[in-house]
Design a protein around this ligand. Structure first.
Ligand SMILES: Cc1cc2nc3c(=O)[nH]c(=O)nc-3n(C[C@H](O)[C@H](O)[C@H](O)COP(=O)(O)OP(=O)(O)OC[C@H]3O[C@@H](n4cnc5c(N)ncnc54)[C@H](O)[C@@H]3O)c2cc1C
Length: 388
C-alpha cells in the first residue's frame, strides 16, 4: 500500500525542517524525504550568522521574528540551536553610509535593537580594528551565530514529536500529478502520496521543479569558508560583515575565527560538485582581507577550510509560494542567506499552506512570478549585491 501524508517536504535542510515543525504544530502530518541525512546540503556547511541588518524591510522583519526563536529555543522548539550572542557589526564603504543610516532607522522602527556607532565605539567593540576616524557602523548587541546542524536537528526532532515523519536516504525522482493536481512523488523507495508537495531541495530544487514543467531561475552558488586559530592574545570578538573589504567573520567557540569572502563565489550549474575543499588561493585571499582590518591576525594559524553550495536566484532572494500544478509549492533559492530567517519563513509558509493567503502575507514578495514581471526584490535603500 502506498504511504499517504498530509504534505511531502523534499529536503531536510533548515528550511524543510522549519516548515515540517510549523506544519506539525498546526496539526498536519508532513512527511520529510531526504536523499542523504538531515542538514546534508547548504545547511550543514553554513556559517550560521544570525543578524537582522538587511536593506529589504520584509527580510529584516523575518530575521527579527526568527531571532526571537533563537533567543528562546529550548521553550519555543526544544533541544539546542547553539545560539551564541557575541554582537554584530555591519560596516559599509563611504558611498553606502546614507543607506546604512536609512536601513538602521528602518530596523529601529521595526523594533530591532540596533544603533549607529562611531569609529571610537567600533574600536571599543572590536579591539584592534583598523578603521578611519570618520567611519560609522551599525551595531546589533543581541546578534551572533548559531549551529546550523543543531538547529536543524532540533527542528526536525520537534516536528517528529508532533507527528511529522522523516525518511533519510530517500531520493525523490519526480512529482506525480493527476491532471492539474499534485498527488505525490516517486522516490528511490517507491511512491508516496500527498495532495501537497513542497520543493525545499536547496541547490537541487530546479531538478525537482522541472518534473512538473517549471523552469526555476536558480543556479548553484559556491562559497568557501576558513577557520583560523586566533593568536592567544586576541580574545573572542563580535561577528561582523565588512562590505568595504567584501568579507565577514565571526568567532567559533573559544579559540577559532570563521572567515569568508563576499566576492569571487563561483556560480555554477552543478549541485553535486564536491564541497570538501576550498578553492586554490581562497585561504591567501581571506587572510589578506582579515589582516587588513585586524592586523593582529597576521599571527593567526589556519585550522581548516571547506566549501558549500546553495541555490541562488537573480536577485539573491528566495522563491517561496505556490507554482505549477495545484498543491506544488516552492521553498528554495535561499541565495546564501537562508539560515537565520528559517524559523519565521517556515512559520509563515505553514500558515499560508494551512490557512491560505491573508492580508499580511509576508512571503508575497518571494513569489516566482516576480522574475517574469520584472518586480525583482530591491532594498528600499539598497546596498550592492552581497555576493559579487
Ligand atoms: C558555506 C555557506 C555559508 C552560509 N552562511 C550563512 C550564514 O552565515 N547565515 C545565513 O543566514 N545563511 C548562510 N548560508 C545560507 C544558508 O545556509 C542556506 O540558505 C540554507 O541552509 C538553505 O537551506 P535549505 O533547507 O533551503 O537547503 P539545504 O540545506 O541545501 O537542504 C536541501 C536538502 O534537500 C536534499 N535534497 C536535494 N534533492 C533531493 C531529492 N531529490 N530528494 C530528497 N532530498 C533532496 C539535500 O540533500 C539537502 O539536505 C550559507 C550557506 C553556505 C553554503
Amino acid at each position: 500500500m502506498v504511504e499517504t501524508a498530509d504534505a511531502i517536504i523534499v529536503g531536510a535542510g533548515v528550511q524543510g525542517a522549519s516548515l515540517a515543525f510549523h506544519l506539525a504544530e498546526r496539526g498536519m502530518r508532513p512527511l520529510v524525504l531526504e536523499r542523504a541525512t538531515v542538514a546534508a546540503g547548504a545547511t550543514g556547511r553554513s556559517s550560521g550568522l544570525v543578524r537582522m541588518h538587511y536593506d529589504v524591510e520584509a527580510e529584516a522583519r523575518l530575521a527579527w521574528r526568527s531571532h526571537a526563536y533563537f533567543c528562546d529555543w529550548a521553550q519555543r522548539v526544544g533541544g539546542e540551536s547553539g545560539f551564541t550572542v557575541v554582537g554584530f557589526l555591519q560596516m559599509v564603504p563611504p558611498d553606502e553610509l546614507p543607506a546604512l543610516r536609512a536601513n538602521t532607522e528602518m530596523q529601529q522602527r521595526i523594533g530591532i535593537r540596533t544603533a549607529l556607532v562611531d569609529a571610537d565605539e567600533v574600536r571599543r567593540i572590536l579591539p584592534g580594528i583598523e578603521i578611519e576616524d570618520d567611519q560609522v557602523a551599525a551595531f546589533e548587541p543581541q546578534s551572533g551565530y548559531a549551529d546550523p546542524t543543531q538547529t536543524t536537528g532540533s527542528l526536525m526532532a520537534a516536528a517528529v514529536a508532533r507527528g511529522a515523519r522523516l525518511i533519510q536516504g530517500c531520493t525523490v525522482s519526480g512529482v506525480r500529478t493527476n491532471g492539474s493536481r499534485v498527488v505525490g512523488v516517486s522516490t528511490s523507495r517507491g511512491p508516496f502520496d500527498a495532495p501537497i508537495v513542497v520543493d525545499a531541495a536547496g541547490a537541487w530544487a530546479p531538478g525537482l521543479a522541472a518534473t512538473v514543467g517549471l523552469e526555476l531561475p536558480i543556479k548553484v552558488w559556491r562559497h568557501d569558508v576558513a577557520y583560523v586559530q586566533r593568536p592567544p592574545d586576541v580574545p573572542r570578538h563580535v561577528a561582523f560583515i565588512d562590505f568595504e573589504n567584501a568579507f565577514y567573520a565571526r568567532p567559533e567557540g573559544e579559540s577559532l575565527t570563521l572567515v569568508a569572502l563576499e566576492d569571487g563565489n563561483p556560480i555554477t550549474s552543478d549541485p553535486d560538485a564536491p564541497v570538501d575543499a576550498a578553492a586554490v588561493g581562497f585561504i591567501e585571499k581571506a587572510a589578506e582581507r582579515v589582516v587588513r582590518r585586524l592586523p593582529a591576525f597576521a599571527r593567526a594559524g589556519l585550522h581548516s577550510a571547506h566549501s558549500g553550495q546553495d541555490g541562488i536566484t537573480p536577485d539573491q532572494h528566495p522563491i517561496i509560494g505556490p507554482a505549477g500544478p495545484d498543491g506544488f509549492w516552492l521553498h528554495c533559492g535561499f541565495s546564501g542567506t537562508g539560515f537565520k530567517t528559517a524559523p519565521a519563513m517556515g512559520a509563515s509558509l505553514a500558515q499560508l499552506i494551512t490557512d491560505g493567503p491573508s492580508a499580511n502575507d509576508d512571503l508575497a514578495i518571494y513569489r516566482l512570478s516576480r522574475f517574469a514581471s520584472g518586480e525583482v526584490i530591491v532594498g528600499e535603500h539598497p546596498y550592492a549585491d552581497i555576493w559579487r
